[in-house]
Design a protein around this ligand. Sequence first.
Ligand SMILES: Cc1ncc(COP(=O)(O)O)c(C=O)c1O
Length: 451
Amino acid sequence: MDRELARLDRAHLVHGFGSPAQTDRDGTVRLVKGRGIHVWDSEGRRYVDGVASLWNVNVGHGRAEIARAIAKQARAIEYAPTLIGFSSEPAIRLAARIAKMAPKGLNRVLFAGGGSESNETAIRLVRLLASLSGRPKKTGIVALTRAYHGSSTGAASLTGLESFHVHYKPLMSGVFRMARPDCYRCELGKTYPECGLACADELERLVEREGADRIGAFIAEPVQGVGGVIPPPPGWLARIREICDRYDILLIADEVITGFGRLGRNFGVQAAKVVPDMIVFAKGVTSGYVPLGGVILHERLYQIILDAGEEFVLHHGYTYSGHPVACAAGLANLDVLEGEDLIGGVRRKAKPFAKALRKLECHPIVGQVRTAGLMGAVELVRNPETRQPFPAREKVPWRVRQAALRRGVILRAGLSFVVVCPPFVITDEQIEDIVGRLDEAIADVEAELGY
Ligand SMILES: Cc1ncc(COP(=O)(O)O)c(C=O)c1O
């Protein structure tokens, strides 16, 4: 049966975020069961899920209470739109609950299916608000280098990773690129704190150069995830907020990874004490049990839409915006987060997590360990002194990831780093265990490389 599934997988199922040719050769790992921080494959092997699947299974695998909520809602009414004048109790209750968790003023929720779709909603809202405010040219969006915002066309255009652009042109126009706040490899060649947050001030220079009448929004992840777990220096986001205010630019926080607790607060912007105009969320809202995402819009901006009067029709929304089964899963997931104080747990575990991972800095190929809440990245370099990365063709992060997998830990390989981003239910001992196995995996690869 397993062989037959492997054959059908190769024959029919297309897998993204990997080389199709390589997947065709090597096949995939078929996961069949999950409990807490563990998952099992079809051959009965158990793995520690060190990345909460795709940074999303925050409450851990196999939660019966979420499964029950899904089944209960599917039995009551499996589907009800939130468009064309309909609604459903789970969608209403979840929107209200999300508004309560968000910073003050962020009050209105537009649901979507996942992170990319939610970013498409944010893009369309920027355009809509520019139009309704009588400034139709103010639609440009500033996004950061190495940002990840999704793989639909608009979201991929905001994404600052060349690999998402090279074969997929033309991109959406009106995207302006700015240096990310990366103190390890500062794109401006500066050093914090002497730099005085020059990378944030770049926004002002960009707006002056391109014209404030053309720039409608700035988007960033509170901590870049896919780009390498890049916590900005203190004060960076607050400075960005000041500049946005000065030029009447909307601040969009893409909290698809950081939302719902990953940084130890409901939303990452709350850790930075900044109130954005929109928060984009997905993953953690349901911990991945079913797809859901959305945008939380500031009340002040929603009033612009209301003020457009009854003549105006909001031509935006998806069939599955606020799907009742997904929203029921979201509510059950938030019950778990709150009931077990899992977000408080992230705050408590953040230090032991950082301390454990930092032990890896003694390796000759580890240039830096970065953490924020329960997100971590281990930067792999040829030479920690010069910070020279390995050539991409040597696939060093991937080799470390594979070595960890052989030791029963699932991690994620990035361009020059491996990610550790466990479910919130992980214990301090389990963190030590993951780091111990990663330590051995790095040593394996060092041996292969002749260190
Ligand atoms: C910050 C961020 N935004 C958007 C997305 C896209 O979300 P999705 O894959 O659900 O479309 C991701 C996915 O990893 C993400 O990390």
